[in-house]
Write a protein that binds this ligand. Structure first.
Ligand code: DGT
Ligand code: CA
Ligand code: CA
Ligand code: ZN
Length: 580
């Protein structure tokens, strides 16, 4: 078992012990042991092999054997037994944002709740707010946490959904009976989260295709197994629908089940206005008097032909949200969307200097493998102490290392030296001006005091944007998809300030963030806001998240010119210099 998973288990043990009301010193031993292990720079395998784990400060003797066992076997009886000794309902309650082990135990001891439903009832009846240490506000917070959890549980991050979808699509395409197969729905529209997967297959022999689909190894439950539609559920809770159609209906079915509903409604209206009715089965004449409509061609086999028949340019799936794409397609003014191949480097990434897992050299090698010209490194600043953020001295030391690396000529990838500098609660910056000025660029981000009022947060971020050293604003709402709501902030004012100060806003491409949201980009970029797509990579593999960021840029109607990452090294340097 790898180190990160072991850290998770040690943290779990601490929470479970809290739930049981165990000795606080013992609990702390696990949670701080987890911290120490997480921060350990050496390879865990080496440390274990050389019998040096006991010598590491902060890893107590009770933990040493457990870490070794987990590393060697991936299992730990103590942990399994501990989990079994706690009511599953209590463990589930921990998923409610804001509820930790201590609070759940208090609630359990005081009013005996052992499930989320019971807790919800106790909040609604006023029992929780009457408890010492809780009050009306926390009862309300628990209720909204329960509501969010229910809504979140139904959806999945696009990145994970795609990982499930890809092998299914390959499997379908490899069946001899399958003529065409595509994934449709929100996955194809590149939405940030996906409710369920939708597959469309063209075949003359549905049965073996349906059988294959419901018999896949990963299927946990078959919820429908019909002649034209089947549905299954995987272990993660993600569900998938498969619809099978004859080849001549494929383009219509693919279009219909790609959606969105809003887009479909608009396209159907357009068809009606021209004398046709459009459905997932095909096009037919309405049979009303008036001008006889144009003959329907013998076959429409692609979406492009369908759009053309209705007088439109082909609308890429990611623009099909009913947000004006049909008007643009009619005027032949759809954007020429930025593509993954346009990306020549990314800017917001971490190394082992703060909380990343790879060195400058390793990150550069990963960027080279992606074919990039440059890579921006932006480690955390000191206020992010839990991420080992850098103080001024360490920033300047890293700058020296990056210079030396560039000068060594050992890599074709140019490293831009940056920083992800904390925006402090009052909007001032976490590093000296002289330090920030010495760097190529600076990403400013909020990592603390998330519960400020909207006025405070907006003023805080705008103050940072107005600082002359600011190049980019990082993850502007702090949201974690399906886990943490955005903090309160007036993004329109932030966008105005960014445009006025020529500050870039990033699309944080981490699949759990995708922040700033795609819904805001079209208008903002139209008004002159520059975008940067940043994977916020904490490892070599993390760089590949840039893809998810390109998706969001495309959903936001962005063209290459509106994305700094499409410029070459000189173009980027030029932008940075201009800001200074
Ligand atoms: P999801 O699964 O919630 O992430 O979102 P979608 O868009 O994948 O929605 P889903 O799976 O319910 O249905 C796939 C597509 O089928 C949807 O985008 C549009 C089409 N569709 C489904 N129900 C309706 C409907 O009632 N009216 C229309 N016009 N289209 C529908
Ligand atoms: Ca779907
Ligand atoms: Ca569906
Ligand atoms: Zn950050």
């Amino acid at each position: 078992m790898n180190k990160a998973d072991i850290v998770d288990i040690l943290e779990d043990i601490a929470v479970l012990l809290e739930l049981k009301g165990d000795n606080p010193f013992k609990i702390r031993a696990y949670s701080s042991g987890a911290r120490v292990l997480e921060m350990m720079e050496e390879d865990l395998g080496d440390v274990i092999a050389e019998e040096r784990l006991d010598a590491i400060k902060g890893i107590g003797s009770a933990l040493v054997d457990k870490i070794k066992t987990l590393y060697a076997t991936g299992e730990l009886e103590y942990y399994t037994k501990l989990r079994e000794s706690v009511a599953p309902g209590l463990i589930e309650m921990l998923e409610i944002p804001g509820l930790g082990g201590k609070k759940v135990k208090k609630l359990h001891d005081a009013i005996g709740v052992e499930s989320i439903d019971a807790l919800q009832a106790a909040c609604e009846s006023g029992e929780v707010e009457a408890l010492k240490g809780f009050g009306k506000k926390s009862a309300e917070k628990i209720l909204s946490g329960i509501a969010n959890r229910a809504a979140y549980a139904k959806r999945h991050h696009w990145w994970n959904a795609r990982e499930v979808a890809e092998p299914i699509l390959e499997g379908l395409r490899s069946l001899s009976q399958v003529e065409r197969a595509e994934a449709a729905g929100s996955l194809r529209r590149l939405r940030e989260t996906v409710g369920d997967l939708d597959f469309i297959v063209a075949t003359a022999e549905p049965k073996p295709v349906m059988d294959w689909f419901v018999e896949q190894d990963a299927v946990q439950e078959v919820t429908a197994h019909g002649a034209t539609k089947s549905s299954v559920r995987f272990e993660s809770g993600l569900q998938a629908d498969l619809r099978v159609v004859p080849a001549e209906q494929f383009a219509f079915a693919l279009h219909h089940f790609t959606g969105s509903k809003e887009h479909n409604v608009a396209l159907r209206q357009r068809a009606l206005a021209r004398g046709y009715s459009l459905s997932e089965w095909g096009l037919s004449q309405k049979g009303e008097e008036g001008d006889p409509p144009t003959e329907i061609p013998d076959s429409i086999t692609t979406e492009k032909e369908l759009f053309q028949f209705l007088g439109l340019a082909e609308i890429p799936p990611e623009l099909r949200e009913g947000l004006g794409e049909i008007d643009s397609a009619e005027a032949q003014q759809l954007p020429n969307l930025v593509r993954p191949a346009d990306i020549r480097g990314v800017f917001h990434n971490h190394t082992t200097a703060s909380d990343g897992r790879a060195t400058i050299e390793e990150m550069a090698a990963a960027a080279e493998a992606l074919g990039w010209d440059y890579l921006g490194l932006a480690d955390h600043s000191k206020a992010s102490f839990q991420a080992k953020g850098l103080d001024d001295t360490r920033v300047l030391k890293q700058l020296e290392s990056i210079r030396a690396f560039n000068e060594s000529g050992e890599s074709p990838v140019h490293i831009f030296s940056g920083i992800e500098c904390d925006i402090l609660p009052d909007g001032s910056l976490d590093l000296e001006d002289a330090t920030l000025n010495a760097l190529d660029y600076a990403v400013m981000s909020v990592h603390s005091s998330f519960s400020q009022s909207e006025e405070e947060m907006t003023a805080r971020v705008i103050r940072a944007i107005e600082h002359p050293a600011t190049t980019m604003l990082g993850h502007p709402t702090g949201r974690i998809l399906l886990r943490r709501e955005p903090y309160k902030i007036d993004l329109q004012k932030v966008i105005d300030a960014a445009i006025a100060n020529r500050v870039i806003i990033e699309i944080n491409a981490n699949p759990h963030r995708l922040d700033m949201d795609w819904r805001l980009w079209r208008r903002a970029a139209g008004r002159g806001l520059m975008c940067a797509i940043n994977p916020d990579a904490h490892s070599m593999e993390g760089l590949s998240y840039f893809d998810a960021g390109v998706n969001i840029a495309r959903k936001g109607w962005l063209e290459k010119e509106q994305v700094l990452n499409s410029r070459d090294c000189i173009g980027v340097q030029h932008w940075f210099n201009q800001r200074k």
